[in-house]
Design a binder for this molecule. Structure first.
Ligand code: NAD
Length: 372
C-alpha cells in the first residue's frame, strides 16, 4: 500500500546522496514543498524595520523567484538610502513610521513585512491592514492573545492576508519529519522534548526591555518550542505547567524571563517538556512514539538543520530558510496556495494563547487548562 511512498523515499535518499539532477522534484515530492506553483508576477514586498533580521530577510530574498523587495519603511534616513542603492528601491517606495499609512496610495507594493521589536507589531500590522496591504508579521505575532485577535480582526475587515514569519514551517527536514509523523511512522506519539535558548549579550538591547519585548526568552525563542511542540506532536495542548529560574535578576528584570521550563499535555496523553533560556545554548527537538523517534538538532536556528529518525539521517540540501519562506508566502498570498502547515494569524494566535498560559502558570504555580 505504501509502495509509491517507499519508492519516492528511497529515490530521494539516493538522489540526495548521488546529487543527481532529479533531486529537486523528488525533494518536493517527499517534503510537500513547492508542489503548488505560482507563475504570476512576484509578490512586491516592503520591509518595515531594517535591523538585523530585516537585513537577513532582504539578503535571502535576492534568491527568491516569487517575491521581491520593492520598498522600505524605516525611521533612519541613512539606512533607507543604503537599502535604496543596494536593492534598487525607488524613492516613491520609501516611508518612515509617521507616513507609512500613505502606502495605501501606492499600487506598486503588495505586502509589508513587519520586522520590528515585538511590542510594535500590533499597531503596525493594523495600520498596514488599514492601508489595504497584505501583512507578514515576525514572531511573536503580538504580546499576547488579545493583541493577536485584534490584528486578525483588522486584517479580516480590510480583506488582506495576515501571515506570521514561521520560517521552520517551510524547512524541508522539519516538514519531512512532520509528514512521517502524520503517516504514523513513529507510532503513537508519547512525548516531545524541546530546547530553545542562547546566552544573550548586551543588557541594554530591546530584547531585555519588557516594554518592547513583552517578556524574555519565552517570547523570543521559547515560541519555537511552543510552535514546535504543536507541529511535531500534531495535536493542540490542553494544559500547561511552568516554572521560572532566574540567576541574574540585575540583567533579567521584572517581567523579563531568563529561563522557563514548561510542560504541555496533549489530548492523547502525550507530554511535551521544554526549556527556553537566555542563559543556556539549546537547539534541539526530540519526538518519541511507541514505534520510533525523530530528532532535530539544530532544530530552529538558521541551519543547516540536522534531522535523524530511528531509520537514519535525513539529508535535504540546505536552502536559506527565508528564501523558501518568502517564495512560499508569495504563493499563499497571491496564488491562494495552501501551505503544508498554517502560517496565518490564527497560528500566531494559538502560540500566544499557549504563551499567556505559560506566564500564568509561572505566576500561579498551577496547572492552566488550554482550549485552542
Ligand atoms: P533589531 O533590533 O536588529 O531590529 C529592529 C529594527 O526595528 C531596527 O532597525 C530598529 O531601528 C527598528 N525599530 C523601529 N522602532 C523601534 C523602536 N521603538 N525601538 C527599537 N527599534 C525600533 O531586531 P531584530 O533581531 O531584527 O528583531 C526584529 C523582529 O524580528 C522581532 O520581532 C524578532 O522576534 C524577529 N526575529 C525573527 C527571527 C526569525 O528567525 N524569524 C529572527 C530574529 C528576529
Amino acid at each position: 500500500m505504501n509502495s509509491r511512498r517507499d519508492f519516492l523515499q528511497k529515490l530521494t535518499a539516493s538522489l540526495i546522496i548521488l546529487n543527481l539532477p532529479g533531486q529537486v522534484s523528488a525533494y518536493a515530492a517527499t517534503s510537500g514543498l513547492n508542489t503548488q506553483t505560482y507563475d504570476g508576477p512576484p509578490l512586491r514586498v516592503a520591509i518595515m524595520g531594517l535591523g538585523s533580521y530585516g537585513s537577513r530577510v532582504a539578503e535571502a530574498m535576492q534568491a527568491c523567484k516569487k517575491a521581491k523587495i520593492v520598498g522600505v519603511i524605516s525611521g533612519t534616513p541613512s539606512k533607507i538610502s543604503t537599502w535604496q542603492s543596494k536593492y534598487n528601491i525607488p524613492a516613491k517606495n520609501c516611508y518612515n513610521y509617521e507616513n507609512f499609512d500613505d502606502i495605501k496610495n501606492n499600487p506598486d507594493i503588495d505586502a509589508v513585512y513587519v520586522i520590528t521589536p515585538n511590542a510594535l507589531h500590533r499597531d503596525q500590522v493594523i495600520r498596514v491592514a488599514k492601508a489595504g496591504k497584505h501583512v507578514i508579521c515576525e514572531k511573536p505575532m503580538g504580546l499576547n492573545a488579545k493583541e493577536c485577535e485584534e490584528m486578525i480582526d483588522a486584517c479580516k475587515k480590510a480583506n488582506v492576508k495576515l501571515l506570521v514569519g514561521y520560517r521552520m514551517h517551510f524547512e524541508p527536514n522539519t516538514v519531512e519529519i512532520i509528514n512521517q509523523r502524520s503517516r504514523g511512522e513513529f507510532g503513537r506519539i508519547l512525548s516531545f522534548e524541546g530546547g530553545t535558548g542562547f546566552p544573550i549579550g548586551d543588557p541594554t538591547q530591546w530584547r531585555l526591555n519588557k516594554a518592547l519585548a513583552g517578556g524574555g526568552s519565552l517570547m523570543d525563542v521559547g515560541i519555537y518550542a511552543v510552535n514546535g511542540a504543536r507541529y511535531m506532536v500534531g495535536q493542540e495542548p490542553v494544559w500547561v505547567t511552568a516554572q521560572e529560574t532566574k540567576t541574574n535578576p540585575a540583567k533579567f528584570k521584572e517581567g523579563v524571563d531568563e529561563t522557563i521550563q514548561f510542560q504541555l499535555g496533549f489530548p492523547n496523553g502525550a507530554i511535551a517538556s521544554c526549556v527556553t533560556s537566555y542563559n543556556i545554548s539549546l537547539d534541539r527537538f526530540v519526538l518519541n512514539g511507541d514505534k520510533g523517534f525523530a530528532e532535530l538538532r539544530p532544530a530552529f536556528g538558521y541551519g543547516p538543520i540536522k534531522a535523524r529518525t530511528n531509520k537514519g539521517e535525513l539529508s535535504f540540501p540546505h536552502v536559506m530558510h527565508q528564501t523558501t519562506q518568502m517564495d512560499e508566502m508569495a504563493g499563499i498570498i497571491l496564488g491562494n496556495n495552501k501551505p503544508v502547515f498554517p502560517v496565518d494569524g490564527e497560528e500566531g494566535l494559538k502560540d500566544l494563547k499557549v504563551i499567556d498560559a505559560i506566564y500564568l502558570a509561572v505566576k500561579t504555580g498551577k496547572k492552566v487548562p488550554l482550549s485552542l
